[in-house]
Structure formats: C-alpha cells, structure tokens
Design a protein around this ligand. Sequence first.
Ligand code: AMP
Length: 287
Amino acid sequence: MKVIRTVRALRKHLSSVKGFVGFVPTMGCFHEGHCSLMRRAKKENACCVVSLFVNPIQFGPSEDLARYPRDLANDTRRARTAGADILFVPDVAEIYPSGEPLTFIDLKGVTDGLCGVSRPGHFRGVATIVAKLLNIVQPHSMYLGQKDAQQVVVIRKMVDDLNFPVKIIVCPTVREPDGLAMSSRNMYLSPSERAQATALSKALKLAHSMVSAGESDATKIIIKIKKLILDETSASIEYVSCVSTSDLRAVRRISGDVLIALAVRFPSARLIDNTVIKFSDDKKISR
Ligand code: AMP
C-alpha cells in the first residue's frame, strides 16, 4: 500500500492504474465499519483508494474538530490489512490551499431535516469535500456506509444532479457484538454511557418487531423508540424519525421502504443509528 499526501502524486500514481478504481472516503480512526468498505472496494476493483481527511468545513464551531480521534500509524496498518492499495492523506492546506473555499455544494431539502437541524452547514461541507475528492480520484465506484444514512442520500443526489460518473455502493452498518453501531466517536463514551448505548439498536429492533406485528403508524413506532431510549439511558433525544429512503421526507405510515433514523446526545458524545424497513408487496418484512 502506498501512502500519498499530495493531489499531484495521487493523480500521477492513478494514471498508471489499469482497471477499475474503487474509492472509500473517510476521516480515519479506522474500525471494522471502515475496513468492511475497504475490503469490498478491493474485492470489486483493481485498485482500492482510501482517503483519510478530517474535513474542517463539515464541523460546526462548537463541534469536535480539534479533538476528533487521529491515529495515522494504526490507520495505516488497518488499511493495508483490509487491502487498500493507496491511502491518500492530504493535509488541510493541500485540500484548501487558500483557506475556506469560495465554492460550495449546497443541496435543498435532503439536508434540512434529521442531522441537518442540529448541524447546519454539515452536509454542505460533506458534499463539497466529496465532490472535490471525486474530481481528484475519479473512481468508478465509491463505497459508503449505511451507518450515515442521510449522508448517503445527500451524496446520491449530488452525484445524480451533477452527473458525476461514479457508481455508489452502500455497505451495511457494522455493529459491535452487543448491537452498538461502530463509530469513531464511540471512544468518547464513558463506560456507563457505552453500556447504555446498546439501547439504540435495541430500539430499532423493537421498531422492526412492531412492524412485523402489523403496526404501520409511524407516530406510534416513534413514541415506543423514544420511550425505550429514555427508560434505558441518560441521553437526550435529538430526533427519532420515519422518513422515505429516497428523499428523507417524513412518512406517517410504514408502507414502501422506510428509513427509521435517530440521533441522541450523551454528555460525552452524540450518536446516530438507523434501520431500513422494507415493506414488500406481500407485506412481508425483511431486515
Ligand atoms: P467516517 O470516517 O466516519 O467519515 O466514515 C467513513 C465511511 O465509513 C462513511 O461512508 C461511513 O458511513 C462509513 N462507516 C462509518 N461507520 C460505519 C459502520 N459502523 N459500518 C459501516 N460503515 C461505516
């Protein structure tokens, strides 16, 4: 695996690659979730490019940019083991040579709800860096995690609207054995918060069982999810929403594919999780 720090060196290296290029954009601090994306990108392409860039423009002024976990030595090891061919690690000046850019990618609608409410400007920063990275790497496929469901919808829309010639592959959320979705931010949790955090996946499972038992009223499902989280944790709930998987508009009834997404705040960390309920014509529910 080659570690490359400049756009120029990356482009030079990629110009000699024959075959498909698969791309995994990340902010580092790799866990099995990241590695699953890398393994899949390597399996399906001649060359797997992983970017590691903690993108300052997607963090709000009171967010965790300064303390975001960084461990390049460990990340290099994990990316190599997962099969990455290139680890692209630019510094901030390489990506934003004149400071904050003058050009941003802004999307309407899909960035307003869910995490967009408490993180204004976050998805503008995400869309802008992903557009830049797509122009730099020019991959055939890009691998994203379902863990960040709103990010997937935002990037899909951007790629469609701006005709980026890239296929988006969404990989399942990788979880700890007790159900907690893996996240670089889990390490902020105190031992007691970590134990309580299993309530999130438990609440999403409860939603599945309610739908399997015939419940289709989104409000009733949301109330049960909130109750379980409030009963079992000290976290405050930022949102629990049932939305359409394609445009993230709120739905009242569970029919068609529905994304149930949530965000909670523990004193030490903000966590998100989600699940998709697939409602096929014969009313069978699958996970
Ligand atoms: P991040 O480094 O947090 O920006 O994440 C980089 C990529 O890894 C994004 O596409 C995430 O959705 C994905 N990812 C993060 N956590 C997980 C997880 N637990 N399972 C699968 N993919 C994940």
